[in-house]
Design a protein around this ligand. Structure first.
Ligand SMILES: Cc1cc2nc3c(=O)[nH]c(=O)nc-3n(C[C@H](O)[C@H](O)[C@H](O)COP(=O)(O)OP(=O)(O)OC[C@H]3O[C@@H](n4cnc5c(N)ncnc54)[C@H](O)[C@@H]3O)c2cc1C
Length: 416
C-alpha cells in the first residue's frame, strides 16, 4: 500500500514514521521543511497533566473574568469570537460533565501512548539528549489561587498523574532562579520537555528518510480521486505524487484546505500564541515553569529561555499582536531575572482546536482513502506519535491500542 502524508509538523511526521514502521511505502509532503510551523514554536512540554483541556468545568466560573480581559493568559478579538459563535457554544457545552470526562479519558490514553513512542524515536533518531525528564512546574502567586486548582488535582489523582505540592522553600530548591513571589507550586515529575521542538521534528523526519521514506517539499494545491481508487496529490504545476491512501495533517491550516477542497467544514478555532527567546539569567532555569497568574510558560531551550504566551482567539492570518508578549515579559521579570531579548521579531502560531478539544484521527467521512490527523490544540507536540500509531492501526485494520471512537472524524458530521 502506498501512502502520502500531507503536512510535516509533529503530527504529519509522526504519522509518516508510524505508517512506515508498519511496512507501508510512505511519501511525506510539505510546502516548508519539517517542523517549520506550529510544531516549531511551542513550549516543548510533554506532560500527563495535559489531559485537562481548556474547556473544563471551571471554565464557566472563569468566563466573566475571561471575557472582561482580566486573565493575562486569555485574549480574544470580539469580531472573530462573534463569527465563531457556533464553535464557542459547542466548546462551552463540552466543558460539562460527562463530555469533559470523556475527553479527559481520551486525552490521557493518547498522551500515555505517545510518551513511550517519543522515547523510542528520540533514541532511534540519536537525539535522546534533547529531552529532559525532570518535570514541569505550575506556580501560584497566592494560597487562594492554589486552592482554586483543587478540582484539577482531584482529576490528576483519579488518572494517576503524579504531582507534588511545593511550598516556596521547596520551589526554590528545585528552581533557585525563582523570586519569593510565589506562595505555592505544583511539580509534575513525570513530565518531560525538549530543548528544541523544531529540531526534534527534523530529526524524526531524517529518521523517516533514512529508513527509505520519500520527502517532497512542495505546496499541495488540491487532491483528485485517481482512476485506480486512490488519490492524486496536486502541486502548483500538476500531479505531485499519488497514493492508495492520503493522510491530511495540516494542523491549523486544515480548516481552509478541507473547505477549499469541498471535503468538510471543520469546526476549528484558533487559539493563537506567541514566543520570544531571552538570554538566560544569572541563575539557571532547569525545567519549564507555568506562571498561572502571569499566563505564560517559560521553557529553557538551546537558543535561550523561550517565553510563550497564552491564548488569543483570533483569525489565523490576523497580524501578530505585541501586547501578550509585553505583558508576559513583564510578569516573567517579576518571577526571575532574565537577560535581554534574543529575537527581533515575535513568533506567532495557532493551536488548532475542535469544540471537544480532542483531535480528529481516522478515516475522513464520505471520502474513502482519505484520512485525517488534525486538531491537536495545546498538545500536538506531545501527542503526535500516539496519533500516528492510532492512525496506522486504523488504516491497516489492526486492533488499536486505545479507543478510537472519541477521536473519530465522524463525530462532527452535522457540519459537513
Ligand atoms: C505558543 C504555543 C505553545 C505550545 N506548547 C505546546 C507544548 O508545550 N506541548 C505540546 O504538546 N503542544 C504545544 N503546543 C501545540 C502544538 O504546537 C500543536 O498542537 C502542534 O504543533 C500541531 O502540530 P501539527 O503537525 O498538527 O501542525 P503544524 O506543526 O502546524 O504542521 C502543519 C504543516 O502543514 C503544512 N501545510 C499547510 N498547508 C499546506 C499545503 N497546502 N501544502 C503543503 N503543506 C502544507 C505546514 O507547512 C505545516 O508544516 C503549543 C502551541 C503554541 C502555539
Amino acid at each position: 500500500m502506498r501512502v502520502t502524508v500531507v503536512g510535516a509538523g509533529m503530527v504529519g511526521v509522526s504519522c509518516a514514521l508510524a505508517l512506515q514502521q508498519k511496512g507501508l511505502a510512505v511519501t511525506l509532503v510539505d510546502r516548508l521543511p519539517p517542523g517549520s510551523e506550529t510544531s516549531h514554536g511551542n513550549a516543548g512540554v510533554l506532560t500527563p497533566s495535559s489531559l485537562i483541556p481548556f474547556n473544563n468545568p471551571a471554565l464557566w466560573q472563569q468566563l466573566p473574568a475571561l471575557l472582561r480581559g482580566k486573565n493575562p493568559g486569555f485574549r480574544y478579538k470580539l469580531p472573530y469570537l462573534v463569527g465563531q459563535m457556533a464553535w464557542a457554544a459547542r466548546f462551552l457545552a463540552h466543558s460539562r460533565p460527562p463530555h469533559f470526562e470523556k475527553t479527559v479519558a481520551a486525552l490521557d490514553a493518547l498522551i500515555g501512548l505517545s510518551r513511550g513512542i517519543h522515547h523510542d524515536w528520540l533514541q532511534q533518531a540519536g537525539i535522546r539528549h534533547r529531552m529532559r525528564d525532570d518535570g514541569w512546574i505550575f506556580l501560584y502567586r497566592s494560597e487562594a489561587a492554589w486552592q482554586s486548582g483543587a478540582w484539577a488535582r482531584d482529576v490528576y489523582k483519579k488518572y494517576g498523574v503524579t504531582f507534588e505540592t511545593l511550598e516556596f522553600i521547596d520551589l526554590q530548591s528545585l528552581e533557585p532562579a525563582l523570586q519569593p513571589i510565589f506562595a505555592k507550586g505544583v511539580w509534575f515529575p513525570g513530565a518531560g520537555s525538549v530543548d528544541d521542538p523544531a529540531e526534534v521534528v527534523r530529526a524524526y523526519a531524517r529518521l523517516f528518510a533514512d529508513r527509505g521514506g520519500v520527502w517532497r517539499q512542495s505546496e499541495v494545491m488540491g487532491l483528485r480521486p485517481s482512476s485506480d481508487g486512490g488519490w492524486t496529490v496536486l502541486g502548483a504545476t500538476g500531479p505531485l505524487c499519488g497514493g492508495d491512501q492520503v493522510v491530511l495533517a495540516l494542523g491549523p491550516f486544515s480548516r481552509a484546505f478541507l473547505s477549499q477542497q469541498g471535503v468538510m467544514k471543520l469546526p476549528m478555532a484558533f487559539e493563537r500564541g506567541t514566543h520570544m527567546h531571552y538570554a538566560p539569567g544569572p541563575v539557571a532555569l532547569r525545567r519549564p515553569i507555568y506562571d498561572t497568574a502571569g499566563g505564560y510558560v517559560l521553557s529553557p531551550m538551546s537558543r535561550g529561555w523561550r517565553l510563550t504566551t497564552g491564548v488569543e482567539l483570533n483569525a489565523l492570518q490576523a497580524p501578530t499582536p505585541n501586547e501578550p508578549m509585553i505583558q508576559a515579559e513583564k510578569r516573567a521579570r517579576e518571577a526571575l531575572t532574565m537577560g535581554a531579548a534574543l529575537d527581533t521579531q515575535i513568533w506567532q502560531g495557532s493551536r488548532p482546536t475542535l469544540p471537544d478539544s480532542r483531535p480528529m484521527i481516522g478515516a475522513c467521512p464520505d471520502h474513502p482513502g482519505l484520512w485525517l490527523a488534525l486538531g491537536h490544540q495545546h498538545i500536538g507536540f506531545s501527542t503526535g506519535p500516539g496519533t500516528g500509531e492510532l492512525l496506522a492501526d486504523l488504516m491497516l485494520g489492526h486492533t488499536p491500542k486505545l479507543d478510537p471512537v472519541p477521536f473519530s472524524p465522524d463525530r462532527f458530521t452535522f457540519v459537513r
